[in-house]
Every structure is written in C-alpha cells, then in structure tokens.
Design a protein around this ligand. Structure first.
Ligand code: GAL
Length: 533
C-alpha cells in the first residue's frame, strides 16, 4: 500500500469524477436541517450461514461453507465455524426483538439453500426448512418488520459444487428451480427479494483466488465464468418472477452488488483510465449488463480481456461473450439495486504494476493497483478505512451513469473487536449516513439503508475475530446472549429522529465514569437546591 504522501493530486475534475476529493473533505460535521425523508427505510442485515447455526438440524444439507470449515478448519481464524454461530435458527425471536429495540422497519436476511433443498436440486424439498422460514417470516410480520430476503448469500449446496458449482452453466437451471420454490412458498409475504449477494466478491474470492469456499483458483477464467453464470441466473430468476409471480404477489426483485468507490491517484491519463477500468471490472461487470440502456459488459472490460487473451495465445477471449438474445435477456433484470459498500480507494497504473499480478488473472487484465489514504481513520478491519464521502460519490456515479435506479444500501458497516463501547462504529455509521443524506440532496434515488450487521456473526475466513454487530454476541455462552453496543443506541436515535445528531452521546456502559458523572450531577442538584431553600 502506498502512503498518503503520494496522494498530492487532489482536486481532480473529470466527466466521470464530477465530485472532487477536496470538495468531499470540506464536508462540515453538522446537519442542522437535513433529515431523512419520512419514507426512507432503515434496516439491519445478516446472512444465513453467518448467524443461523443449526448446520445439520431438521434435514438441512451441507453447503460449501460447511464443507470448508469441516474439512479444512485451519483455513479459518481460530478454526472457527458456523456450526452454531449466533444460533439464530433457534434465537430468531430475540433477533426480532432486537430489530424492534433498534426501531428499524426492515430486516435483510438470507434463506439457506440447503435448508430448503438439502440435495441442491428441486427433486426433494425439505418441508422442515420451509416450516422454519414460514415461522420466522410470520414472526417478523407480527412485529411489523418487513422482510427483505436474499435468495443466495454464498452458501451453495456442496453437492452442486461437486458438479462444478458456479462454473457449470447448468447452475442457471439449478438456481432458477430454487428461486421458484422460495417465490412459491414465501412470496405471499416477502415483497422484497434480492437474488444474489455480491457476485463480484463471491466470484473473485471463491472461484478466482481460492480464498473463500469452495476455494477454486482460476482468476483469469473461472472468475469470469462464475460472473457470467450469475448474470444469467439472476436474469432467469427475475423472468420467472415476472412471468409466474409478479401479477399475484406484486413484489420487487433486485440484485445485490458490491462496489468500492475509486479516485484516480493523479490527474494523469493513465491513472484516470486505470480508475475507470477498476470500476468497470468490479461494479460495471454486473451493473452494465443489467442497468445500462445498451446492456452487455462494459466495452472497456470486453476490450481489455480480449486483448490480453489474444496476447496470451488464447484463441478467444477468456471473458465469454453474450449473444444478442442473452444481452436482451439480461438487460433490465432488476427492479432495484442492492448496494453493498464499505470503503474507497485510490487507483493508479504505472510501471510499478508490471509483474505484480498472476497471469492470466482479472487483476492483470485490469492492470491497476489501489491503496487507501492513510489519513482516513483506520479500523479493526485492515481493508476498511472510514471515508463516508466515497459513498456519496458512488451514489452520484450510479445516478449519472445508470439513469438513477432505485437503490437500497444493503450493507455498510465496520468491524471492531469485542466490547460494547464502539466509537469506531459510531463514527463510521455517522459518516456514511451523512453521505447518504448528501446523496439524497443531490437527487440520488436512494430508498433505504441496512446496517451490516444486526449482530456479531461468522465473518467468513476471519471467523469470530471480526465483530460487525450493532449487538455483541457472546459466543462462549450457550445462549449466545446478545447485548446492544453503544452504536446500537446511536443508530436507534438516528432512526427515531431521522437525523444525525453528533452531540448525542449515550453512555450505557461507561461503568465507573458514568456512575461518577451521575453522582456529581446529584451532588450539584443537592447543592443548588440547598442554595435556593
Ligand atoms: C460482505 C458480505 C457479508 C459480510 C460483510 C462484512 O462482503 O456480503 O456477508 O461478511 O462483507 O465483511
């Protein structure tokens, strides 16, 4: 990572980066008159494998994550696994109570494919899995919490992986069958669906760089095949909903894409191009085929991978093309965008990136490297530094480049260690929610915000060493007791007041100091009362 001393070239203005970093840095810290609109949705988010536990209960089949944590435990920090996690399969009523405590109106959760279809395919439906989600959804609705469901959050049935998983185009059928079953069973009550969580992250880390389950290493071929199949699978599920369910159920189906925001590291053409490429390879790979007017992959992605493939002796591009029918079939297949955003980077391209990446790989195809500004507040997660203005810029970029689609921020948050006093998270949420207010003022079509996460959970390869929760979970306690952190009180107040009050400073767990403060207060009252008596 380069140091921030290299980032002297602020103030850049280009057609694509209309907002400047210097402008972002001048954002003031008070919001006297800005409020979230009355219909703006606040929620909290989780995902099935990360919280549910009960990994083999009631007929659930194994997913690629069960397989990884059981066959290769050393791969995960402290050999943690999701066998019990926060035990939400059993603790779901407490989870719903927490949502009520926060005052959120919506809950983003995911459905576990292998609870519904333990063998992956639709020939056998596990009624106990269906019963579980029925109970859970009914409980949400009884508490006036709107369900916002992700159909697939990375927990592919292991048996489907044994047939190639996301590298086998047949998965478009497998996913379609699964999606139809969840629409059929839950669509009378679930009106917000997201098909797939973070295709880019899943394909990059799981089928590109062998980091996440199922640990396939194919960064120059598998990565693109995975993404292509996800675009087709999303489109198929969307069309199924349109053709078979929309008229009776009247819900919406979106897709959940991750995106960083990027600033070119300098105003050189190379760095500006590198930043555009970086965004096109990550966000654009999914966004453009679905949300642009023309459809298909971004041209710069097509051209760069084709050129690199030719130079490497391939007889066709490693990024397989879509034909006209497929382009049209994919175009428009989301009623809204779920956006997961965590951090911003600077991107550059110069001679130092030569020889930096695997060949072939998507990183080599992009041919750009990135770093974060070290002046941005660091966090427990080395990959996250707080820079709220990046979210503002990203939302404006989405508005300007994709005709202002309906957006829900489906994930945003930061990890800490254990502990109830979490100033880093308080500051992070304020900064990013501030950015949402700024984006709303700029006319961005943002409808809602989901904090990641409602509670501490199994953070993939990091196990329980990264805590993302508004609620702390005691993983040593068989009951998996949940306790609100300071940030939960702050988030609750933002939701209640619909504004960000930087002065609000709840002190629920200050222990000695709060006792001290209240004793001093009592003393002062007694003294003052004495004076006037
Ligand atoms: C996202 C992912 C979540 C959660 C989060 C925090 O990429 O969708 O499941 O792990 O990151 O790192």
């Amino acid at each position: 990572m380069r140091s921030s001393s290299n980032t002297s070239r602020y103030g850049l203005r280009t057609d694509c980066w209309a907002l400047t970093i210097s402008a972002a840095n001048t954002i003031i810290k008070t919001l006297p008159s800005k409020q979230f609109p009355p219909d703006f949705i606040f929620g909290a988010a989780t995902a099935a494998y990360q919280i549910e536990g009960a990994w083999d209960a009631d007929g659930r089949g194994p997913s690629i994550w069960d397989h990884l944590v059981h066959t290769d435990p050393e791969h995960i920090t402290n050999k943690d696994n999701g066998d019990v996690a926060a035990n939400s399969y059993y603790n779901y009523k407490r989870d719903i109570e927490m949502l009520k405590e926060l005052g959120v109106s919506h809950y983003r959760f995911s459905i576990s494919w292998t609870r519904i279809l333990p063998f992956g395919r639709a020939h056998y439906i596990n009624q106990r899995g269906i019963d579980h989600y029925n109970k859970f959804i009914d409980e949400l609705l009884a508490n006036d919490i709107v369900p916002f469901a992700t159909i697939y959050h990375w927990d592919l049935p292991q048996i489907l992986q044994e047939h190639g998983g996301w590298l086998n185009e047949e998965i478009v059928d497998w996913f379609a069958d699964y999606a139809r079953i969840v629409f059929e069973n839950f669509g009378d009550r679930i009106k917000f669906w997201m098909t797939i969580n973070e295709p880019w992250v899943h394909c990059y880390f799981s089928y590109g760089y062998a980091v996440y389950a199922p640990k396939i290493r194919s960064p120059g071929v598998g990565f693109y095949e995975c993404g292509r199949n996800m675009l087709l699978a999303n489109a198929r599920a969307y069309h199924i909903y349109n053709d078979e369910f929309r008229s009776t159920q009247g819900g919406k189906v979106g897709i959940d894409l991750n995106s960083e925001y990027v600033y070119p590291a300098s105003d050189s053409i190379e760095d500006i191009e590198a930043a555009k490429d970086y965004l096109a390879f990550q966000f654009g790979q999914y966004m453009h085929p679905i949300f642009s007017k023309s459809g298909n992959y971004p041209q710069r992605l097509i051209h760069r991978v084709a050129a690199a493939s030719t130079a490497q002796g391939y007889n066709s591009s490693r990024l397989r093309s879509f034909d006209e029918d497929q382009i049209n079939y994919i175009k428009g297949t989301a009623d809204f965008l779920g956006l997961n955003h965590y951090f911003t980077k600077y991107v550059y391209r110069n001679s130092s990136v030569i020889g930096m990446f695997d060949v072939p790989s998507t990183d080599d195809d992009t041919f750009a490297d990135s770093y974060m500004d070290e002046s941005w507040p660091s966090t427990h997660a080395p990959w996250i530094r707080e820079h709220g203005p990046g979210l503002h810029h990203l939302l404006v970029h989405i508005k300007d480049s994709y005709d202002n689609p309906e957006v829900y921020i489906a994930e945003n948050g930061v990890s800490t260690t254990t502990g109830l006093n979490d100033p880093t998270r308080v500051s992070y949420y304020r900064s990013y929610l501030r950015a949402v207010l700024e984006a709303l003022a700029d006319g961005c079509n943002v409808h809602g915000y989901f904090a990641w996460s409602l509670m501490d959970n199994f953070e993939w390869n990091f196990g329980y060493s990264h805590r993302f929760g508004l609620y702390e979970v005691d993983f040593q306690d068989p009951n998996r007791t949940r306790t609100p952190r300071k940030s939960a009180f702050v988030y609750r107040e933002i939701i209640r007041s619909r504004t960000i009050d930087y002065e609000y400073d709840p002190d629920p767990y200050a222990g000695g100091s709060s006792v001290l403060t209240s004793s001093l207060l009592v003393l002062a009252i007694v003294v003052v009362a004495g004076l006037f008596s």
